[in-house]
Design a protein around this ligand. Structure first.
Ligand code: ATP
Ligand code: MG
Length: 325
């Protein structure tokens, strides 16, 4: 079976969006209204986690976004470089600080946040010479639905989709938009267009139905294929993941049995591995297994991308970790 995604050799997988540091409360509880122990900064931002894991797995990978001229920015840029990510299209904002998110887990697993994103360097980038150079040699674009809340990301994504598709490249979308979330009419329209243009969709749970606009897993997948999507990979947390191809093929993989320390970033690590794996020529079954391993390994470490793994590290993880049957 041929992959719905352009081969790695066509050019890097590109991800556009927010680059942040995350600072995590080390105790469980409610919010930040009292002084408390924290740990960080950890490199973060869903698009950055995705592209980090894509690079670590051995796929060509590049990031478009911005950081401030500060240590939080350097934490991110140095980290992505070490992971093999092309950082030529990450701009350094001379004026605004790097984006940040403080996060604390509550007893019930829900989270409290203090964000500084919309008014930070993270949201201040656009079409530039380095961005244009990168996109002109790109092989695949990955879009996070959440990036549609950033006008700067929308502008770059709109242009990049056309350029990359015109040179034979492909598009994956992680809809990443909760079922209850209402978008304004223009953003909704843009989201629908991106979903329909996607070669691969990577929803998690109910995001599948939200993206398809239809209830029920089977009906939602069928609707997406009618709209032009070629592959759907559904993430099911500790219940594993499923692959659907429009030719009727389906592959299910169980999750690995791990102790969850920090669930943040599992879906992004999963996606980065799956896209890199498929572009490097792995079968859906093989790529899904690596992706499930990357998601599982990531939740065993504190920090949004600290458990991201190279192909060798994932091989070792797979060999030594049990799976739900
Ligand atoms: P995020 O929570 O980062 O937004 P997501 O909701 O997009 O992620 P998940 O389904 O939570 O995606 O995780 C992606 C994949 O990672 C799962 O399909 C699974 O293979 C693996 N995974 C996630 N959490 C666990 C877990 N607790 N135990 C084992 N595997 C897990
Ligand atoms: Mg999840």
């Amino acid at each position: 079976m041929t992959s719905a995604l352009a081969p790695d050799a066509l050019g890097p997988t590109i991800c556009v969006g927010e680059i942040l540091v995350e600072i995590v409360a080390t105790t469980v509880g409610t919010g930040f209204v009292e002084a408390q122990p924290l740990i960080g900064p950890f490199a973060s931002g869903a698009p950055a986690i995705f592209i980090s894991q894509c690079g670590r797995f051995g796929g060509q990978a590049a990031m478009i976004g911005a950081v401030g001229d500060d240590d939080f920015g350097r934490v991110n840029v140095e980290r992505l470089k070490r992971d093999g990510v092309d950082v030529s299209a990450i701009s350094i904002d001379p004026e605004f600080p790097t984006g940040s998110a403080f996060v604390r887990y509550r007893d019930n697993g829900s989270r409290d946040f203090v964000f500084n994103i919309a008014r930070s360097a993270a949201a201040r980038f656009g079409w530039s010479v380095p961005v244009s150079d990168l996109v002109g040699r790109g092989g695949h674009l990955h879009v996070m639905g959440s990036a549609l809340s950033m006008p700067s990301a929308i502008a770059v994504i709109d242009k990049a989709v056309d350029i990359i598709k015109a040179r034979g490249g492909t598009l994956s979308v992680d809809p990443n938009i909760r079922k209850e979330l209402k978008l304004d009419a223009e953003t909704e329209h843009r989201f629908d267009r991106l979903v329909s243009a996607a070669d691969l969709l990577l929803p998690s749970g109910e995001e599948l139905e939200r993206a398809a606009g239809v209830d029920g897993e089977t009906a939602a997948v069928r609707r997406l294929f009618e709209r032009g999507v070629k592959e759907v990979v559904l993430k099911r947390g500790a219940d594993g993941a499923s692959y659907f191809n429009r030719d009727g093929t389906r592959v299910d993989v169980p999750a690995f049995v791990v102790e969850e320390v920090d669930p943040t970033g599992a879906g992004d690590c999963f996606g980065g591995t799956y896209v890199a794996g498929r572009r490097l020529g792995l079968t859906p079954q093989h790529a899904l297994t690596y992706a499930a391993a990357a998601g599982a390994r990531n939740v065993t470490r504190l920090g949004p991308m600290e458990g991201a793994g190279t192909r060798g590290e994932l091989d070792a993880f797979i060999a030594s970790t049990g799976r739900y049957s």
